[in-house]
Design a protein around this ligand. Structure first.
Ligand code: NAD
Length: 473
């Protein structure tokens, strides 16, 4: 489909005008009905499916290589499932919610009315450029809003394609895509939206919240961090390792909820190393040159990741590359082999910054209390994974640590649960979306009290009677 976008020639100059147009259209048209919202969602679903292969090709070209299947499973399926979930549940979500009425006011009605906020700003990162742009969009539309999107400049082909694709089915007064890098991002985040959902790194998230605060724009921040995977003693089995390999190597570890590092019981480390290599070989039989293995997005990140490995090696870690080939043998750009860093210590950069690549540091522990202490001494993570029985250790870990989400005997699958909220806490984020929480984050919850036909409230007014005596007994 060839669509000319009524381009924002100068995004910096035109963004405020675009927001005004969307807001004027929102006020003029009034809140969309259930049927209109469903039509928006269907339009989004259809246009995504119509661009299925083009989206896969654009992402692959942006990354250097990412298989069409990975893009479909990790992104398009998620977008379509979210749209279907929202469509199925929208009537229920939109319903006013009755609240309890106090005795004195009994013939009245109290309820919460969820109304669209207006215009939602969405800022997205590069690592899942389609789903992290379009799932927030679907949520904004389901909640009856207009939306302005600012995808990442690091995946330019995908971002431009999404701009053209969405312009082919939505007028700019409903949905518009603004392209650009940090400078455009900074101006975008300073716009007086009715809500801003930002997905990206913690340092940039901080700037976004600062910019939004000037206009008192409420924010949902979906940020990153180091998500630990804890393996209980005796639980280094195929199920555990297979799940860790899936979490660490999907998109070559360039995933916000990837298990960042593993905490393995000191008696289990050798088994862990052995089984990890075998599981990688099973999942990626052609090694890092196979079609299912994704490239690192750009040279900067590739060099950064190689630097993490060099630093760990220099500081005494045992570095084990799985299926590594000499660089000259790899035709594809920026292919980094799955790498275990055994004996990682806290002075290593790999244990200090979010890795965002196919490197898994392994640290050992003795007791679950060590683990709890270690996790709690660090920034609250986006996800925490536990592999083991649902026993007292597991209960203690869950009760005494705080993370955005938790996965038990799996990694990352919580994100695919449409009815489950998804978000971080502290440096890994603020607020949540997915589930009813996403709809509510993008709705204004308006408390309404409707006076009944007969009412005691007259007793509350002067001339005052003896109501207080009754109430304060
Ligand atoms: P990033 O913070 O660099 O960029 C995110 C967005 O902000 C992009 O649109 C970018 O153009 C814009 N931006 C960059 N610098 C800016 C600035 N100075 N001012 C205003 N806007 C700016 O993040 P990234 O590198 O694209 O993505 C990786 C990070 O995102 C990782 O930390 C990862 O954990 C996190 N992430 C979180 C989630 C989640 O759902 N919690 C999902 C994916 C990625």
């Amino acid at each position: 489909m060839n669509v000319t976008v009524p381009a924002l020639l100068d995004p910096l100059a035109d963004m405020a005008g675009l927001l005004e147009r969307q807001r004027a259209a929102f006020l003029n048209d009034g809140p969309p009905s259930l049927g209109e919202r469903k039509k928006w969602l269907k339009r989004l679903r259809d246009v995504v499916l119509a661009h299925r292969s083009a989206l896969g090709e654009a992402v692959s070209a942006d990354f250097g290589h990412r298989s069409r299947h990975e893009t479909e499973i990790m992104e398009l399926v998620g977008v379509v499932q979210s749209i279907d979930y929202l469509t199925r549940n929208l009537r229920r979500f939109m319903r006013c919610e009755r609240r309890h009425v106090d005795l004195f006011y009994r013939s009245g009605r109290a309820y919460v009315h969820y109304q669209p906020k207006g215009v939602i700003g969405v800022m997205a990162p590069w690592n899942y450029p389609i789903s992290l742009t379009l799932i927030p969009l679907a949520t904004a539309l389901a909640a009856g809003n207009r939306a302005m999107l600012k995808p990442s400049e690091l995946t330019p082909r995908t971002s431009e394609l999404m701009q053209r694709m969405l312009a082919s089915v939505f007028p700019a007064e409903e949905v518009a895509v603004v392209l650009g890098g940090p400078q455009v991002g900074a101006a975008f985040s300073a716009l007086p939206f009715d809500h801003l959902l930002f997905t990206g790194s913690t340092p940039v998230g901080r700037k976004i919240m600062q910019a939004a605060s000037d206009n008192l724009v409420p924010v949902t921040l979906e940020l990153g961090g180091k998500s630990p995977a804890i393996v209980a003693q005796g639980h280094v089995n195929d199920r555990t390792i297979g799940s860790l390999v899936f979490g660490k190597l999907s998109n070559s570890g360039q995933t916000c909820v990837a298990p960042d590092y593993a905490l393995v019981h000191e008696n289990d480390v050798e088994t862990f190393v052995e089984r990890f290599g075998a599981a990688v070989a099973r999942a990626y039989p052609a090694g890092p040159t196979g079609d299912d293995y994704t490239s690192i997005v750009n040279d900067r990140h590739y060099e950064r990741l190689k630097g993490l490995i060099d630093d760990a090696r220099r500081l005494g870690a045992r570095v084990i590359e799985t299926g590594a080939l000499p660089e000259t043998a790899i035709a594809r750009p920026r292919t980094l082999a799955p790498t275990l860093v055994v004996g990682a210590t806290d002075d290593m950069a790999v244990m200090q910054e979010e890795i965002f690549g196919p490197i898994l540091p392994v640290r050992t522990y003795r007791t679950i209390d060590d683990v709890i202490e270690y996790v709690n001494a660090r920034a609250r993570p986006l996800a925490l994974y536990y592999f083991g029985e649902r026993d007292a250790d597991c209960a203690s870990l869950l009760a005494r640590t705080t993370s955005g989400n938790v996965g038990i005997n799996n990694t990352m699958i919580h994100v695919a649960q449409d009815d489950l909220l998804f978000g971080g806490v502290g440096p890994s984020g603020m607020g949540a979306y997915h589930g009813i929480e996403g709809f509510r984050a993008m709705s204004h919850a308006k408390g309404v009290f409707e006076q009944g036909r007969w009412a005691l409230p007259s007793l509350l007014r002067a001339p005052f009677g003896r109501l207080a005596e009754l109430a304060l007994r």
